[in-house]
Design a protein around this ligand. Structure first.
Ligand code: MN
Length: 384
């Protein structure tokens, strides 16, 4: 098993659960980073004693540095600091659990320094899939999924004899809090309603993405890159109970599913200990308690984010970077009560239909497509 880990985004939902897992497994934490929550980061630093830390927010980084001046730990900041941690701090694996596009550069830095990646930052693969997977191949680096669906697929594939025998991936989706609702029911949805997820306890961004089903659109792209599979061969099935975390289907129509209670500490731990398994902090699955598992088709006419992602994947190239950038900006505005819930899907679809992108996939062009999409959203709602 690995002995050391660096966690990018340690104060978020995945980061805090990853630290619990590391504590249980006795893994040495080499470095921790946070966006701005320095109170929690300081607590984590005092408990886990990493060799370095970084805070994305420059002012907060300064304050943290003063607050931990009794410890001999450097505190870096901004994108430069995140990249420095990813590149320079020795560790067996880098867990990237930051939220959003901000995770892309540090992921590339870690890969280029030949560090294996446990990836919870889906935007990294969604927008930069081609670049990231190419870099991983060239550096002989493994990217192990932390996202529960992708961990499930990865686990189902462990018994796979030949990639050619795989017919399709069946991504399960909980459907979120608005399953079964139509456009007219969703007109006046508040932030508070959208932030209530039926099965999973997660950060704000991903919870909104689950409510709009953007999350599943992003996960189709994530699966495409992680498993090198055509998006046409990735199906989405609504599974309300979140017990089956995803499935694969072989060409003889045999379907393999991975199941368990909805607890992120299982996929986090598997990404860290792969290919080994250890007892986990999650509860045992009791199927007789659950008794029924249900499945439905997704509603592409109501959940326009899902439609937009399908379209972006068909268009290919940098269009998923556009969909992702537009969504990140729209979610930010929604969380500030500046736009309505349905505006998110409308604007993401519009961005994918309207914005022109370069055919050439480079880091600069990915970041430009992302930026163009954010500006498109801001201009549309007159926030700029
Ligand atoms: Mn997921």
């Amino acid at each position: 098993m690995i002995k050391t880990i660096t966690i990018l985004g340690s104060t978020g939902s995945i980061g805090t659960q990853a630290l619990e897992v590391c504590k249980k497994l006795g893994i040495q934490v080499q470095a921790l980073t946070a966006k701005s929550n320095i109170a929690l980061l300081e607590k984590q630093i005092r408990e886990y004693k990493p060799k370095a830390a970084a805070v994305y927010d420059k002012e907060k980084a300064k304050i943290l540095k003063e607050n931990i001046s009794d410890l001999d730990i450097p505190v870096y900041s901004q994108m430069e600091g995140l990249c420095k941690i990813a590149a320079d701090i020795e560790s067996d694996i880098v867990l990237n659990s930051v939220v959003g596009m901000v995770g892309l550069k540090p992921t590339l830095e870690a890969i280029n320094n030949k560090r294996h990646i446990a990836l919870a930052n889906k935007e990294t693969l969604v927008a930069g899939g081609e670049l990231v997977t190419r870099a991983a191949r060239e550096n002989g680096v493994k990217i192990i999924p932390v996202d529960s669906e992708h961990s499930a697929i990865f686990q189902c594939m462990q018994g796979m004899n030949d990639k050619k025998e795989l017919k399709k991936i069946i991504l399960t989706a909980s459907g979120g809090p608005f399953f079964g609702k139509k456009m007219k029911d969703l007109e006046n949805i508040t932030k508070e309603q959208a932030l209530k997820h039926p099965n999973w306890s997660m950060g704000a961004k991903i919870t909104i993405d689950s409510a709009t089903m953007m999350n599943k659109g992003l996960e189709i792209a994530e699966a495409k890159w992680l498993f090198d599979i055509d998006e046409k061969d990735i199906d989405v099935v609504i599974h309300r109970e979140s017990i089956i975390h995803s499935m694969i289907e072989y060409k003889d129509n045999s379907v393999i599913a991975q199941m368990g209670v909805a607890d992120m500490r299982v996929p986090i731990q598997y990404a860290i200990t792969y290919p080994q398994r250890y007892p986990s902090l999650a509860a045992e699955l009791d199927l007789t308690q659950i008794s029924t598992l249900t499945f439905f088709k997704p509603d592409y006419d109501t959940f326009l984010c899902l439609k937009a992602c399908k379209l972006a994947l068909q268009k290919g190239g940098l269009y998923m970077a556009v969909a992702n950038g537009a969504n990140e900006q729209a979610v930010e505005l929604f969380l500030k009560d500046e736009i309505k819930f349905l505006d998110i899907g409308n604007i993401v679809l519009k961005a994918v239909n309207t914005i022109d992108v370069s055919d050439e996939i480079t880091l600069e062009n990915i970041l430009k497509a992302d930026n163009d999409a954010r500006n498109f959203v801001l201009c549309h709602f007159n926030k700029k």
